[in-house]
Design a protein around this ligand. Structure first.
Ligand code: ATP
Length: 301
């Protein structure tokens, strides 16, 4: 759905985006993860033709951008840095105008707008002008605008910015729903947990570079260790002896490829197992390994 080859954007001496090869497969929920200033917004703006690349190639929905942008945009929904809206009009009026500006059927406009408002939780919104909206309401309105046409590709820059936990939860659910109905998602975030919960693919940005890109499941491959909790931890350690990698109270990490087999072995030896499972790398560890630095600039929640 998106492919870039060595795309680069420089501002003076700053390389905001530096030789990025982005590949977003059809149907994916792709999360572009990186701290503030790592180049996510600049990359997204180039994909939408809002910023021109200094060098490199961009293809969206199989067409070169920005050269054939006009053919691409009707199939792409986007929410980029604070949605543009007329502040003196209501959210509903804004959506009607936007819908009228597109190639949509007039007869069904009212219904389309109401549906879009409903999907983002703004159905009950009054005639208040948009300039009186909270950041969260503006974010929802921007998403409603992006959903007016069912886009093949939805590009969102920090979609949950400014939303409260309830709002974040609703938007997350909506994104999963939209994706299940066939829309490919590309979203940027500086929140590890958000990407971990929503995305199937992850790209890791660090100082303009894409330092890692893969399916989340592949990035979080098992480590080859099994972690268990047992009230008989002392006896577990004695039994497994040389294979114990780590012990902390009732928690024991064992170098072992198969949690089920290990569980059977312990139970057969008369040892009680309260919890057991294959250890997987957390996304935080993946990011740490990819950037060779701390995640202190990225939030963990
Ligand atoms: P944020 O989440 O804060 O938007 P980001 O990862 O999206 O961060 P960008 O906004 O793309 O990062 O910024 C990448 C770098 O490029 C930063 O160093 C920023 O200061 C610089 N930059 C971005 N836009 C411009 C511009 N118009 N002029 C000069 N420098 C810019």
């Amino acid at each position: 759905m998106i492919e870039t080859v060595q795309v680069t954007k420089t501002y003076g001496r700053v390389r905001a985006v530096d030789g990025v090869d982005l590949a977003v497969p059809e149907g994916a929920r792709y999360g572009l993860l990186g701290p503030n200033g790592s180049g996510k917004t600049t990359l997204i703006r180039m994909l939408l033709g809002l910023v021109f690349a200094t060098s490199g190639e961009i293809s969206v929905l199989g067409r070169p951008v920005p050269r054939r942008l006009h053919e691409v945009l009707p199939d792409v929904g986007a929410l980029v840095e604070g949605p543009a809206a007329y502040g003196h009009l209501s959210g509903r009026a804004n959506l009607r105008l936007l819908d009228a500006a597109g190639r949509s059927v007039r007869r069904t406009r009212r219904r389309r707008v109401e549906e879009a408002l409903e999907r983002v939780g703004l159905a009950g919104v009054d005639a208040r002008p948009v300039r009186a909206y909270s950041l969260g309401m503006r974010q929802r309105l921007g998403l409603a605008a992006a959903l007016l046409r069912t886009p093949r590709l939805l590009i969102l820059d920090e979609p949950t910015n400014g939303l409260d936990p309830q709002g974040i939860h609703e938007i997350r659910r909506l994104l999963l729903e939209v994706n299940a109905a066939g829309t490919t998602l590309l979203l940027s975030s500086h929140l590890l947990a958000e990407v971990e919960q929503v995305c199937t693919w992850v790209g890791i940005m660090d100082r303009g570079r894409l330092v890692g890109q893969d399916e989340l499941a592949a990035l979080q491959a098992p480590t080859g260790r099994v972690v268990l909790r047992s009230p008989d931890a002392d006896r577990v350690v004695a039994l497994l002896d040389g294979r114990v990698a780590d012990r902390d109270g009732d928690r024991v990490a064992v170098i072992h490829p198969d949690a089920a087999a290990l569980n059977a072995q312990l139970v057969a030896a008369g040892l009680r197992v309260a919890e057991i499972g294959a250890e997987r790398r957390t996304l935080e560890q993946v990011v740490l390994a990819a950037t060779g630095a701390g995640t202190d600039r990225m939030e963990r929640r």
